[in-house]
Design a protein. Structure first.
Length: 431
DNA sequence: CTAGGGTTAG
């Protein structure tokens, strides 16, 4: 039966193309006619697809074009034609200066392939492009290269960049920025600088994103000193950066390199210049001090941050509380916790956990349980780590029944025990 | 949708 139906449709295939062509000026009708046929079991071929694509390209209906292309991409194996065949069909029917059509199609195709991460196929298009006499727009290429980098295919992005130049496509400031990101990811700063040089030669001015990307790259690869130089240089060149972010990466970079004095100096200098900062640069320095056990300096920076009118938050407080506990100042941690809670600062489950853990280790499980209830009252649902902390607290007190009850409550709330929570219970059996 | 973006616990 199906076979018969298709035979009948076969006879009408030419008519379908003709009908679509007469509906050129009414894309909505053409599109519903196209879909109607499909619903009725008609299998479109390269010619009918080409017709609807021509119409959708001409009226710039990008969303609908995208859905048709994705459909072809998914079903390419069953359709009996290749995506590139569409170009051939469309090129034959080109009238006059219609060559836009192929560019539009290639842009849409790049976008469609990239959105489903079929990168090899896009790159195929890019390399075959010359044969058909068109080149995708630089915007499409930028989109492709950026997504390649996001997927960790940095070398492929760089290869695309070189291919673009071979095709004679002009890179713009976005393209260069993306390439700077690519080389920074690889830690190849000579090449990244080379991009800046190239920009200078072709008179494309690097913008804030290009500079920030470069600074961030340096700081993440143990070259913070240089990153800071670039930050200062761009400040002198009056390149507008997102200061809070730029200072954050530099301060974090110095902290990661255990250069706490340098990190503190950078923050000090930023304040001196009256640069507007947010919590992140402060948070980086506070965390840096906490990590190397200098909790008093951490507290100083925290105080200064707040006196500068920048609100603290639960992430920063977690670092501080954790560090206080590690230094054996649990009592102080609990007090600070209460102070900021009464202050109205939102404290999340992580913050609660640090204090709960401190209480448990001090033998005050009941107080920790109170905190758990307090969380629930604030509509913060305890997670597996919160439960494990308290179960451990009961175990330390030898309160087997309570531990098991909590374990069951945890399971009832949909938290499957993991390796840590099992280990806590196992330690109970051993003792 | 032509590029950027951040740290915390058992």
């Amino acid at each position: 039966m199906n076979h018969f139906v298709n035979r009948v449709f076969e006879l009408h295939r030419v008519e379908v193309v003709e009908t679509l062509n007469t509906l050129r000026e009414q894309p909505d009708k053409a599109f519903s006619f196209f879909n109607r046929l499909k619903e009725d079991g008609f299998s479109h071929d390269v010619c009918t697809y080409a017709s609807i694509i021509r119409i959708l390209c001409q009226c710039c209906w990008e969303r609908k074009l995208d859905s048709v292309l994705l459909e072809i991409i998914w079903r390419e194996k069953h359709l009996g034609f290749k995506v590139m065949d569409l170009f051939e069909i469309l090129e034959e029917g080109l009238e006059g200066e219609d060559s836009n059509l192929l560019v539009r199609l290639s842009n849409a195709l790049v976008k469609a392939y990239v959105s489903v991460e079929m990168f090899d196929e896009v790159i195929d298009i890019l390399f075959q492009t010359r044969r058909w006499g068109f080149i995708p727009h630089i915007f499409s290429c930028n989109f492709l290269m950026n997504r390649l980098i996001c997927c960790g295919k940095v070398d492929m992005a760089i290869a695309v960049y070189h291919q673009l130049k071979r095709l004679g496509l002009k890179a713009n400031d976005y393209t260069y920025g993306i390439m700077i990101k690519a080389f920074c990811r690889k830690g190849n700063f000579e090449k990244a600088v080379g991009i800046f040089d190239e920009m200078y030669e072709v008179r494309v001015r690097p913008n804030a994103v290009a500079y920030t990307t470069y600074i961030e790259g340096l700081c993440m690869h143990g070259r913070t000193e240089l990153g800071y130089e670039v930050l200062k240089e761009s400040r002198e060149l009056k390149i507008p950066l997102d200061d809070a972010f730029a200072y954050y990466v530099v301060i974090k970079g110095f902290c990661d390199e255990m250069k706490l004095e340098e990190a503190a100096d950078v923050l000090f200098e930023a304040e001196l210049y009256g640069i507007v900062l947010d919590t992140f640069p402060y948070g980086a320095l506070i965390r840096g001090y906490c990590k190397c056990g200098n909790i008093d300096r951490a507290l100083e920076v925290h105080d200064k941050m707040m006196s500068n009118g920048i609100k603290t938050n639960c992430v920063i407080l977690t670092s501080i509380l954790q560090s206080l506990c590690q230094m054996g100042r649990d009592f102080e941690a609990v007090n600070q916790f209460k102070k900021f809670r009464n202050f109205g600062i939102f404290l999340d489950e992580v913050c609660y956990n640090v204090v709960a853990d401190a209480l448990c280790k001090a033998g005050k499980v009941e107080a920790a349980v109170e905190l758990l209830d307090e969380m629930k009252g604030k509509q913060i649902s305890p997670d597996i780590i919160n439960y494990t902390t308290l179960i451990n607290g009961y175990c330390l007190q030898g309160k087997v029944e309570d531990a098991v009850n909590l374990f069951e409550e945890m399971s009832e709330n949909g938290h499957k025990p993991d390796i840590v929570s099992w280990n806590v219970l196992v330690s109970l059996i051993r003792s």
